[in-house]
Ligand binder design. Structure first.
Ligand SMILES: [Zn+2]
Length: 462
């Protein structure tokens, strides 16, 4: 809200430079790129919480939000001030330039609830810095500005809170432009095909003052009206739109069915590189994905835990020409994870050079020919899009699925399996497929690839 911001600036003038405030603490992000300060001079009772709980969130999330919302030539504020105030009746917080003002009374009441998330929302506004593109710039609709801030807050920062979910029964009463959480839910659905890049494009047009409703067609291939209809249908159908799509969370039903997240969307806990306890810098958390950003310094990533019989689902997004894989039953012996563990191959079928195609059990099983093309079945989407994998490894049979289509099944240790191993390059690898249990591993040495919604549940033994 512009008018509020201007008056806020005037008020803040009385608090700022000259005499350092007694409750002022300054700190930096991990890379020393950004400076932050939190001023609790007027709210001494919040000082402990602000520095212990809020500062780490600011330190971690401000740089993340900057990375999510780039645009040509734009430099986000490198000095962010958070000030607790005692004169903000009725408003929890607002942003103005590089400053976030926080209502100390509201914060005190919401320390255990919304306080941190509310601050993240305001930090998004600091990074958005909309409305500065000059006199010819179009004004951005409020629902978009607030929807984006709430999207980052509810779906990326605190998806586990499920704070912006919409029950199917409400779908008929809502509109995508109702702002805040409703618009956030819409954006989560509308951007779900490729959240990171689509968010960046939407932000860039908004910051440059070029946003108009017609942009949705360019961004998604559909008009805003068509998108709204699709979103409401999806809400009513109880499909992905009702839950955080890109957020690496489990639904209640999934938890009850024994599913566990192998990647929490925020850090690399639960993983390490093959045979070591550490993780090489080529693996990073990027926009809520587990990403191999530098295949020359990534190597194979292994789960801390070992799995015998299990079901694994995940989504992957591979760069053009990329090649990766999911290895299971990988032991800590041998020179590489694939020396012991069979591999569910991942690659860009259009441009990668390996004749072993995406979804195949490397060098052992491939899907039947598709009568339409007379080539092996291929249900992958092009490089740069998200694809779903389902891998079932049970004593009776193993199954490979890509985007919901079953490719084939096989049984580990069966006569057929052994025959194929004997005829493959694995015949000379004494450790190959010998252990009924091992790490699940993601290959990171042949191009960029990202994973999200990595879920596993163990299956009963025979
Ligand atoms: Zn806001």
């Amino acid at each position: 809200m512009r008018t509020q911001l201007v008056s806020a600036l005037l008020l803040l003038g009385t608090l700022t430079p000259g005499h350092p405030a007694p409750g002022l603490k300054e700190f930096q992000d991990g890379q020393g790129k950004f400076k932050f300060s939190i001023d609790t001079t007027l709210a001494p009772e919040l000082e402990g919480w602000a520095h212990k709980e809020l500062a780490p969130v600011v330190r971690q999330w401000y740089p993340k939000i900057c990375a999510m919302l780039p645009s040509g030539g734009f430099k986000p504020a490198d000095n962010v001030e958070i000030v607790f105030r005692d004169d903000m009746k009725g408003v929890p917080a607002f942003a103005s330039g590089n400053q976030v003002s926080c209502n100390k009374d509201w914060y005190r009441e919401n320390l255990k609830g919304e306080a941190k998330g509310c601050t993240v929302h305001e930090l998004v506004h600091v990074v958005q810095a909309y409305g500065q593109a000059g006199p010819a710039a179009k004004e951005n609709p409020g629902w978009l500005v607030e929807g984006l801030a709430d999207y980052i807050r509810w779906f990326l920062y605190e998806p586990e809170s499920r704070g912006a979910e919409i029950p199917a029964t409400n779908a008929d009463q809502i509109h995508c432009n109702q702002s805040y959480r409703i618009s956030a839910n819409f954006l989560n659905w509308a951007l779900s095909r490729d959240p990171g890049p689509m968010l960046a494009k939407l932000n860039a047009v908004a910051r440059e003052g070029k946003y108009e409703q017609g942009f949705w067609k360019e961004l998604t291939g559909k008009t805003l009206i068509e998108l709204e209809i699709g979103w409401k249908e999806a809400l009513k159908g109880g499909t992905v739109a009702a839950v955080p799509v890109a957020a690496n969370t489990l639904t209640e039903a999934e938890s009850k069915e024994g599913w566990k997240l192998l990647f929490n969307g925020r850090d690399l806990s639960g993983w390490h590189n093959f045979k070591v306890k550490t993780i090489r810098p080529g693996w990073q958390v990027k926009e809520g994905t587990l990403a191999c950003v530098d295949p020359h310094d990534a190597g194979d990533l292994c789960t801390e835990d070992q799995y015998g019989w299990f079901e694994l689902t995940l989504e992957y997004n591979i760069a053009s020409g990329g090649n990766s894989g999911i290895i299971f039953h990988a032991s800590d012996e041998g020179d590489a994870v694939w020396a012991s563990g069979p591999e569910f191959q991942l690659e860009d079928n259009a441009k990668a050079g390996d004749p072993q195609r995406c979804g195949w059990l490397y060098a052992l099983y491939q899907p039947p020919n598709d009568p339409a093309t007379n080539k092996p079945l291929d249900t992958t989407k092009p490089a740069g899009e998200w694809n779903q994998v389902r891998l079932v490894v049970s004593p009776e049979k193993c199954e490979h699925y890509i985007n919901g289509t079953k490719y084939f099944e096989y049984q580990l240790g069966s006569e057929d399996f052994k025959k194929r191993v004997a005829a493959s390059k694995f015949a000379s690898m004494p450790l190959f497929a010998k252990t009924p249990m091992g790490h699940i591993s993601l290959q990171g040495d042949h191009g960029q690839v990202a994973f999200r919604n990595v879920k596993v549940r163990t299956l009963p033994a025979k």
